[in-house]
Write a new protein. Structure first.
Length: 308
């Protein structure tokens, strides 16, 4: 028998446990579903998911495609990173385009001060799932992000209309997952649901993962609206009295430019970013996502319709 010292040497860390759970979930999906897909935005959580998928099926290739729901109003740095990272991973990229939905008259471009295409992603996502026959979709949502997501199961059942009913979710006891679905239904799967934002950044640091440059502090032209720093650009309806200025900022989350805010920061290194996150008491969506401020139940309403 080994000594206590030897046993301690091989004790698993919190990140080891979280990684092992995520790998098990991904392998379970690959075994139980016919056509999974991994939702990939180029944001930090989906970057971690893609890395976990590579680990889960190494030395083989990832046995499913990745899909990006493209609003057309994304940060250029993130789109450049998305294309490069997908090519490196050697996986098929499926793009569900919100612009195509608008051009075909399936959805209407929003107008007004807080106009954003973010909510229009739902229609593009559900159409792509139906068109390609995806029966499971990996997402990077975490329970600590927002209260509606705290209600989410790891395997989140969606009906034939792609809708989510928080009262009709299946129990997940002892890590056992119910994968049975009828034709037209699908499952959203969240392998990092039990991770926190700090866990994600700790894992990024441990694994040496590359990120889009906007996650690190940089100089950018921004303006302030309702306490949120928005990037000045062609996709944002800036009022005449909203003054543009240059500031050192970084992004905690990646989304549509029209509703994703930056935070003031000088943190360029991973350890500096982790220190900033550890000191804050506001979630990344609560601090920087205008679309979540539309109402008290904004995220839950979107999720019921089929949002991520």
């Amino acid at each position: 028998m080994g000594t206590t010292a030897e046993a301690g040497r091989y004790r698993l860390s919190q990140l080891d446990h979280l990684e092992a759970e995520a790998l098990f979930i991904m392998r379970e999906v690959a075994a139980e579903f016919e056509r999974p897909v991994l939702l990939f935005s180029g944001g930090k959580d989906s970057i971690v998911l893609l890395h976990l998928a590579q680990k889960a099926f190494w030395p083989g290739r990832i046995p499913f495609a990745v899909m990006h729901v493209d609003t057309g109003h994304n940060f250029p740095e993130v789109m450049d990173f998305r294309d490069r990272r997908v090519a490196e991973a050697g996986v098929e990229l499926v793009v569900a385009s919100v612009q195509d939905q608008i051009d075909q008259g399936k959805v209407t471009e929003p107008t007004g001060r807080w106009a954003s295409r973010n909510r229009l992603q739902t229609a593009a996502l559900l159409e792509a799932i139906e068109e390609h026959g995806f029966d499971a979709a990996f997402g990077g949502a975490r329970r600590d992000e927002e209260k509606a997501r705290a209600k989410e199961r790891v395997f989140s059942f969606r009906d034939e209309f792609g809708q989510w009913d928080p009262k009709a979710q299946r129990p997940e006891l002892w890590g056992l997952y119910n994968t049975r679905i009828e034709r037209g239904e699908h499952i959203r799967v969240f392998p990092i649901s039990n991770w926190t934002e700090l866990d994600v950044w700790g894992y990024i640091a441990r694994e040496g993962l590359e990120l889009p440059s906007i996650y690190r502090a940089h100089r950018r032209r921004v303006f302030e609206r309702d306490g949120i720093l928005l990037a000045d650009g062609p996709f944002v309806n800036r009022d005449a009295d909203e003054e543009v200025f240059e500031a050192s900022v970084r992004y905690r989350t990646v989304g549509d430019m029209s509703c994703t805010g930056a935070v003031r920061s000088t943190a360029t290194g991973i350890e500096e970013i982790i220190a900033e996150i550890a000191a804050t008491r506001i979630t990344e969506r609560g601090q920087t996502r205008a679309d979540d401020r539309a109402s008290e139940a904004a995220m839950e309403d979107r999720k019921r319709e089929g949002y991520f």
